[in-house]
Each structure stands twice: as C-alpha cells, then as structure tokens.
Design a protein around this ligand. Sequence first.
Ligand code: WTA
Length: 680
Amino acid sequence: MTDAHRSDIETVLTENRTFAPTAGWSSAGPGAEPVTPHVASMEQYREMHARSLADPEGFWGDIANELHWFKPWDKVLDWSAPDAKWFVGATTNLSYNCLDRHIDDGHGDDLALIWEGEPMDGGPEVKRFTYRELRAQVCKFANVLKSLGVKKGDVVTIYMPMVPEMAIAVLACARIGAPHSVIFGGFSASAIADRVVDANSKIIVTADGGWRRGSIVPLKDNVDAACTQCDTLDHVVVFERCGNDISWHHEPSNSHGDKRDHWWHDLMQAASEDCPAEHMDAEDPLFVLYTSGTTGKPKGIMHTTGGYMVFTYLTSKYVFDLHPDANQVYWCTADIGWITGHSYIVYGVMPNRVPTIMYEGAPNHPTPDRFWSIVERHKVTHFYTAPTAIRAFMKWGDNHPRKHNLQSLRVLGTVGEPINPEAWMWYHRIIGHEKCPIVDTWWQTETAGHMLTPLPAVTPTKPGSCTLPFFGVDAAIVSEDGVEQPNNTGGLLAIRKPWPGVLRGILGDRERFIDVYWSRIKDASGEPYYFPGDGARRDADGYFWIMGRVDDVINVSGHRLGTMEVESALVSHEAVVEAAVVGMPHEIKGTGIAAFVTLGPGFDADETLRKQLREHVGNEIGAIAKPDQIRFTEALPKTRSGKIMRRLLRDIAAGVEKVGDTTTLEDYSVLAKLRESKEG
Ligand code: WTA
C-alpha cells in the first residue's frame, strides 16, 4: 500500500473518531511537579459554562478579580445591542497586569520573554527578559513615545519584524494609553499608507529590516514609500536590526520643525526607566487591528482595555492550561502583526506568568527542522500554530521532527482555518507522540480570543472539530432567518450574547459595524446575534464543525483576505478591465487565490503579464495576496442582473467537471471560454 493510500484510508477512519482525554496528563513541564488542570472534568466544564451564561456578571466578575485594577467596577456588564460595556467604571492597565503585577508579587526575576533570531551562523541568537528587565525597556520606550508628543488616545502604528522590541513597543503603548495599530511586516507600502491614514496616526515604529528565510525584508524602505503616499506621519522610529543600507530623512515632515526619522537606540539612551502605568478606563481603546472584510478596504477592528484583558487572560489560562511555577514554556508561532500574536503571544499569556517565546523567522530556515530545534532547545511545553504550517511540515517529511527530542511538549494548538483530519493525525502522532491534547481553537480578530475550543485533556477531541463553546460563549447554528438548525444541518454560526472580548466597533464606521456583525441574524424578539461570517454545523454531541466563510473573505495559509481587495488591486493595473477573485482548494495553504481577469485592448495574455500582475498585487497589498492562478478570459460569467457568478468561478478554479446551476447565466458561451482559460 502506498503512503497516499494509507492516508486516504486513515482520513476516512479518523473523521468520526473521538480521542479521549489522556489519563494522568499534566501540563507541567519537564522536571516539575504535576499540576491539576484548571478545569478537571467535563462535568465541571458544563457547570461552569452554564453559570457563565446564566450569570455572566457573577462569572466574569470573579475572573476579573484575579487581575489588578486601580479602581473596581461599578457594574460588570452594560449591554444595549450592539454596544457592550464591560467592567463599567473600573480602571486598570494591561501592561501593569503583564509586568508590574508579577514584580509586585516578588516574581520580578522570573522569565517573561524568550526571543530567538532567524540567522543561525555561529548558533542561534537568543535573548531572555525577566519581568523586571522587560518593564524597564517598556517604560523607557513609553517615555520615548511621550517625548515625541504621543498622548493618551493617539494611535501609534507599529510595522516591525518579530524582535523583542515589537512586544516592547506594543506594551509601551498600552502603558501610556496610546492605542496601537500593528501592521504585519508582510504588507506593502500602500497597505501601510491606507492604515496610517484611516487611523490618523502620526507616528510609526519600524526597523531597518527583518530576517526572513535568509533575506532582509526592507521594512524601512516600505515605510519611506508609504510616507510618499500619505502625509500624516510626523515621526518614524527605526530599530536597527539588520544593519542594511537605508535612506534617512533628517528634514522635518511637519510644521513643528521636528525631524522625521529617529533611531530607536538614540532615543532609548536618554529615556528614563520610570513610567507609571496610566489608569485606563476599562472601555478606553487598547488597540485597533485592521482585518479584511467582504467589501472595500480592510476595517480597523477596535478593542478596549478591561474586557479584552479578562477574556484573553482567561482563555490563555484554560485553553492552554497555563500555570506559573510549573516549568511551562509557551510558544505561539504567529506574528504579532495578527490577532493571534496580540492575544496569544503578549496580552493573554503574560498575565498568566508563563514565559512566552518569540521567533523571528521562517520555519524552514536554515533547514526544515528549525521549529523542532527551537522546541528541543527551549523545552517548549505549549506549541500553538496554524494548520497550513502543519501541512507544510508533513510535506517536508517526518525525519525533521524525528531528529529532535520533543518530549517536553504538553499541549498542541491550532488556529486560523479548519484543520483536515489527516494533518490533525500527523500533529497528534509525530509532534505530540499521542500524548498531547490538541486544542483546535476557532475565533477571529473581532472576538479577541478563543470562542469554540476544547479544554486540554478534558474535552474529548474529534479531528477537524473545534468542539465546544468556551465560557461565556452562547453559540448557535441558525438559518438566514435566525431559526436554530437541527443537528448535522449546515447553517450560519451565530453568537447570542456579548462576551468580554467582543469588538467594540470598526474605527470610524459605525454603520458598517452594525451592518456586518449585528443585523444579519435576529431572534424572534428582534434581538440581534453576533454574526462572524462563518458557516458551520453541530453534530449530535453538540460539537461544532466549521465549514468556512460564507462571505467573500478567504483564509489563505490562515491569513484573512478579502477577494474584493485582491480584485481592486488587479483592476488598478492598466492592463486589467475586470477581475474576479475566488478561493480554490490548495494542498498547503488550505485556500489558494484564483483570479479571472479580462484585459483591455492591446495587452497580450502571456506569461510576462501574468508575472507583472502577481507583482502588482504584491505591491498593492503584500506577498500573501499574490494569486496562485491567474486565468485570462474574454468575459466573466454574469447573471442577467449583471452580478458575477462567483460560485461558478469557484467550481472552475477547483477543476470541478460539472459546475453547479447555471440557469441564471446570461451568456452561455462564456462558460466554454472560461473552461478554455488556462490556469497559470
Ligand atoms: C477562520 C484568526 C476553522 C474562520 C484567529 C474565522 C477557523 C477566521 C479557525 C478569522 C478554526 C479561525 N477552524 N476556521 N480553528 N480559526 N478560523 O480574524 O473563518 O484572522 O472567521 O482570526 O479564520 O480569521 P482572523
């Protein structure tokens, strides 16, 4: 039997198999005394879940008491759909809860952050920070921001490689109450400009470059180019990472006469290590993070301080079973540029007093065993990654993980897209040695933290299912008109009540906030449900199975992109008249990008143009948005009312022989032409 046959059979066999919790399991790291899981049994989970829905104020009030507040709340929840206010009247500071709280408790010398750089010449470069050391750097940078005129409420843009200074910048913003807007380092100059303008941000923190697969990502060059496309930026702070040549702007860029570019190290030298944490109202903004939606440009999702803090703290604690003083070492492989990095590298993990790892570079540099070498050398106990990475590891071969001792691992997690059962089984066997529970966590930028997820070694798991709702999450599968669906019937996923991490809005667009999230589904009494944009079904055990987005958002390698964004990027090229973009199945990425393009007169549909268009999309958005397939076609299939029939395009991109219903197609000859359009 070939390997391919074996895995086909395995997929069928495991799809409906349940994995019982591992008996005698403990999340404690090597050499530590075993710890009792925070939630010990399914009965306890069910009781706690029931209480969290019946008495959300009591439940979340108790949890919030585990954290530090300058002033307690008057009321836990104030809900008037679609606006939720959590911990009304309270003041706190999230950087204080990540750092000072532990120092005050006598744990200042415990390890807070471990960083590893990508280059391996002469061994890996590793830096370690205790809570005290990290606080000193955070306070210094907070003072730097103040010296540049940043005040509470001003948006600070962060466009950095995965270096400790990125976490330091984020925490410094939280310390002084300046909401950050982190832009993933893979985005292009025009993506930066769009976000800077939308948030009216006057300062950007960047680096000369960042290491990725042995090459330098030219971050400062991208910022320079962005500055030519927007004129709000007064200050550019540059961390020196790679020592590459960059251009420098000494001239003032504003009427105050301040010079524009500053070296991070120059500013830090003079800054004091003392910066008291600002007392933030629980509903003061903590950050804005841009994410893709169905229409137009990415939207700035807004999160506030108190609810976000409590929700990411608790999900980190329970979903990974984090315990201080148990030799745990936690590693999430995401970039801080995405919500996963915000919540599960920095903000949720640090208040739990478990060291968190940041790794700068690619999983296969210099060799495909880099991740496993990190797990072995740092004795990682908790490992959280995306299914797309797991599929790449599978392809690279079992010999890479097998070279390393992975016995320290206790909990494995996945996020970002549905995981196929075959990848789940590989993760379970080859990485977890059949001893580590896998937590498949479903959530979104908008939810701040985990919504549907197993609890490790408590919830029996099924490969491919994100299992059951977390505390405070009242999830349902409904039809378009809000009627709850029977078991095993596909429908729209909807969430009934607000949870502490729910988004508070879209920056500058109240209408879109209500339209997208709070008007599509309502119950019989007219009460709106939160609508995440995903389709799902629930099985007879109450387990959720995510079926993917029901809108025009696609998850490419776990990164969220709007098909409309890619279409606008394509049509902004002079050769393109019309473009339609759809997702298509992709072995590694989960979903790949297929673009159908019609050209203007005089342009040749050839390889050179295809390459140009890919580059063009890369420049407009970023490399992650480059189409995997571009098909030149004479026309796009449209309904008689002129709507592009995306369903048909999806079928064609997927290579489906018999495409779905075409009765509304306006011009049948288009179908034949589309079939002839060659992929490439
Ligand atoms: C998808 C990432 C299936 C989903 C944290 C969601 C998932 C979108 C899972 C949010 C999962 C995330 N199983 N699908 N475990 N986790 N998704 O905002 O479609 O970048 O709506 O947040 O990713 O993507 P976002």
